[in-house]
Design a protein around this ligand. Structure first.
Ligand code: HEM
Ligand code: FPP
Length: 297
């Protein structure tokens, strides 16, 4: 009985630390990094780089989110969506989070430096600082353009994966970064539109709160057009072929349809669906890049 209780206590502790790393967003970032790894070579990348690169980037991304949960614990406690995070609830202490972030972040840096390459470690570390310090602590509380500028760190994973395999970051990798960079504003503002009351309570200067719904809806539409154009670049520079092109056109048609509805026929349900679609869209677009890389039509 006692052993049972002890086991379930440590399992729930572990799940709290797991939650600190915002696991689903981390998974998506790591997924984009892994696609970057595959696109960096013609054949299959060295399995050691695949494994250690993935683990290292995963750990540093998790550490970045843990620092974010620490810095924002009071804000998180004010919003319905985030109020159940362990730091907002106070079920994990500040010291525990600092140690956790140091341990997993340090392990990630060590793995990337010794088992992958120093370039990947430094790029991932700069990305960590960009998200955990520049975005979370400086931009997010001070400007509604926070996510546009801060989105650059979220967009970095494909470049990190590419660097792990090729030990350089060529133009093709930066194209993938640009795609995520332009995708981020409609992704986030769709959510911020239907969660505007939460953001108003949080005190964060998010666009629907500072500039109103109509202005934000219009910007979702504008960025979605820019996104459709940006996603054509891999085909234009001959990095990707027909499979990618056709997939991108279909995915963009659906994205633009969501964005148009947000702009002209707004309801919270439409914004909610657009947000969900933004995640499916990015996943499928990156899968299309991967498939196209190996099957040339
Ligand atoms: C500054 C940039 C970004 C901001 C402000 C942002 C914001 C958010 C927020 C607030 C959520 C939570 C939605 C909810 O709880 O209902 C979310 C979910 C998500 N975001 Fe982003 N995001 C950004 C960039 C990214 C990037 C670059 C990726 C992928 C690489 C990404 C992938 C995801 C995924 C997969 C989810 C769903 C997570 C879940 O279901 O819990 N986001 N995003
Ligand atoms: C080291 C490394 C690769 C870091 C990259 C981190 C990364 C993928 C950042 C993406 C940005 C993101 C998900 C912000 C979430 O917004 P938020 O934190 O404002 O969301 P919240 O309102 O849920 O707290």
């Amino acid at each position: 009985m006692t052993t049972h209780t002890a086991t379930s206590k440590s399992a729930s502790r572990a799940s709290e630390f797991w939650a600190l790393t915002k696991p689903r967003v981390t998974l998506m970032a790591v997924f984009c990094a892994v696609i970057g790894m595959f696109l960096a070579v013609d054949g299959i990348p060295d399995w050691r780089i695949l494994v250690f690169g993935t683990v290292g980037i995963w750990l540093l991304t998790g550490a970045a989110f843990a620092v974010n949960c620490l810095a924002e614990r009071e804000i998180d406690a004010r919003m319905a969506r985030t109020a159940r995070r362990p730091m907002a609830l106070g079920s994990i202490t500040v010291t525990q989070t600092v140690i956790f972030a140091l341990v997993i972040g340090g392990a990630g840096m060590w793995i990337l430096h010794t088992l992958v390459n120093p370039l990947t470690m430094w790029l991932t570390f700069v990305t960590f600082l960009g998200y955990a310090i520049i975005y979370t602590m400086i931009l997010k509380p001070s400007t509604p353009q926070n996510i546009v500028i801060g989105g650059l760190s979220g967009a970095m994973p494909p470049a990190l994966g590419w660097a792990a395999v090729a030990n350089e970051v060529p133009m093709q990798a930066w194209l993938l970064v640009m795609i995520i960079f332009v995708w981020t504003p409609p992704h986030f503002w769709a959510l911020a539109l239907y969660r505007r009351d939460d953001y108003a309570k949080s005190g964060l200067p998010m666009l629907p709160v500072t500039h109103g719904m109509q202005f934000t809806q219009f910007h979702v539409w504008l960025y979605s057009i820019a996104l459709a154009a940006t996603t054509l670049l891999p085909w234009i520079v001959r990095m990707s072929g027909l499979i990618y092109l056709v997939s991108a056109i279909i995915l963009n048609a659906v994205f633009l349809n969501h964005a148009w509805k947000i702009y002209r026929h707004y309801t919270d349900l439409i914004a909610r669906k657009a947000f969900t679609w933004s995640i499916i869209y990015l996943t499928l677009l990156f899968i299309a890049l991967l498939v196209d890389h190996y099957i040339k039509l």
